[in-house]
Design a protein around this ligand. Structure first.
Ligand code: 1CP
Length: 340
């Protein structure tokens, strides 16, 4: 019998819907902070298999989440390619920006299989302890990963990468091709190590105008989904083109994903109208309503589930949990979704 999330990704409606939360492992959990303190920096935590596996399983144990999402980061792909990566406390990721052919030449896909070995070992350890929950592997989309690689870190508008895509399409295209190939290799390796579902996070997809969205979001994602499914026909893929708006339906149909993550700004009923009925929707409670908690949060969560009742739905947030979230609110949210 397939696990609940895989059944929904095969097109089945389950009531109440299975649930997990983006960034469910993280700083809001005291047991995460305890391990984080002993690990030192984020990259060490993500590349020490026993610790990465432990923090992956913490929210599954505490809340009975329907999925364990591998504790790692989308920026482990540039890290594996040889771009330096560090996480500054309170500031997020820092990378030496790639803006020219010389920067691109410093990246090497041949480094990747060796570099990801400890991450794959973490996947194996999680698989051994995951029980009835679905083990979700993931990668960032080529576009969203390129945003950080070109910018050199986070940004309000990622003007550098969008500018590069217009000004030097050959260089940007070569970077995107490298990221497509690396992402295929990385996701297939996670599946070989035990990931049952894979998710492609495209946090910044919604910044692009429609033509660029098709070129830099839909087409690379389609290539990744088709290569992953050619190697692993039974594995389900979820795409999360955040803020895709009206292009959500086109993304779902053209990429071949089995499920789409719906961001906080989208109306779930309208999303259901855009996305073909056999494709699952995942989302989309506002993470800040989870911070607030209480009856308003519980009513909203129940309403989101009702809005998609009878159709394939995986309950989730519309974006990741924020660190100031109370662990008790997460428990109350799960109880509300499960009919409490
Ligand atoms: O010090 C710390 O503990 C670091 C904080 C942190 C954590 C817990 C970062 C740095 N990454 C993560 C884990 C992470 N990142 C997961 C783990 C699994 C989970 O529980 O969900 C996942 C799936 C991600 C994915 C990720 N990283 C995305 C895509 C999803 C999203 O939230 O939009 C993005 C954009 C990143 C980049 C990143 N990594 C970390 C930070 C603070 C950021 C955002 C940087 C920015 O844009 O300002």
């Amino acid at each position: 019998m397939a696990k609940r999330i895989e059944r929904v990704l095969a097109g089945e409606a389950i009531w109440p819907p299975p649930a997990w939360l983006m960034r469910q492992a993280g700083r809001y959990l005291p047991e995460y902070r305890a391990i984080r303190a002993t690990a030192g920096d984020f990259v060490t935590l993500a590349t020490t298999p026993a610790m990465a596996a432990e923090v992956t399983l913490q929210p599954v144990r505490r809340y009975g989440m329907d999925a364990a999402i591998l504790f790692s980061d989308i920026l482990m792909v540039p890290w594996a390619l040889g771009q330096g990566l560090s996480f500054k406390a309170g500031e997020g990721p820092v990378l030496p920006p790639i803006r020219d052919a010389q920067g691109l030449a410093g990246l090497d896909i041949r480094r990747v299989p060796g570099a990801i070995t400890p991450i794959l070992e973490a996947v194996r350890l999680v698989k051994a302890g995951v029980g009835d929950a679905t083990l979700i592997g993931f990668a960032g989309s080529p576009f969203t990963v390129a945003c950080y690689m070109v910018e050199g870190g986070g940004s309000k508008d990622f003007a550098a990468v969008r500018g590069l895509a217009y000004a030097d399409p050959a260089l940007f295209g070569a970077l995107m091709d490298l990221l497509v190939e690396t992402t295929i290799l990385y996701l297939k390796a996670q599946i070989d190590a035990g990931a049952e579902v894979v998710m492609v996070f495209d946090t910044w997809a919604g910044m692009l105008p429609p033509r660029q969205f098709r070129m830099h979001v839909i087409e690379p994602t389609r290539r990744i989904v088709s290569a992953v499914k050619a190697a692993h026909p039974g594995v389900r893929v979820v795409g999360f083109p955040r803020m895709a708006g009206m292009l959500l339906g086109e993304y779902a149909a053209a990429t071949g994903v089995d499920g789409v993550g719906v961001d906080t700004a989208a109306d779930l009923g309208a999303a259901r109208g855009l996305v073909a009925g056999g494709i699952a929707l995942q989302g989309n409670l506002d993470p800040l309503l989870l911070v607030a908690g209480g009856a308003a949060m519980e009513d909203e969560a129940r309403g989101l589930c009702e809005a998609l009742r009878g159709t394939p739905h995986i309950f989730n947030l519309g974006h990741g949990i924020v660190p100031q979230t109370s662990p008790d609110h997460v428990g109350a949210l799960l109880a509300a979704v499960r009919g409490g």
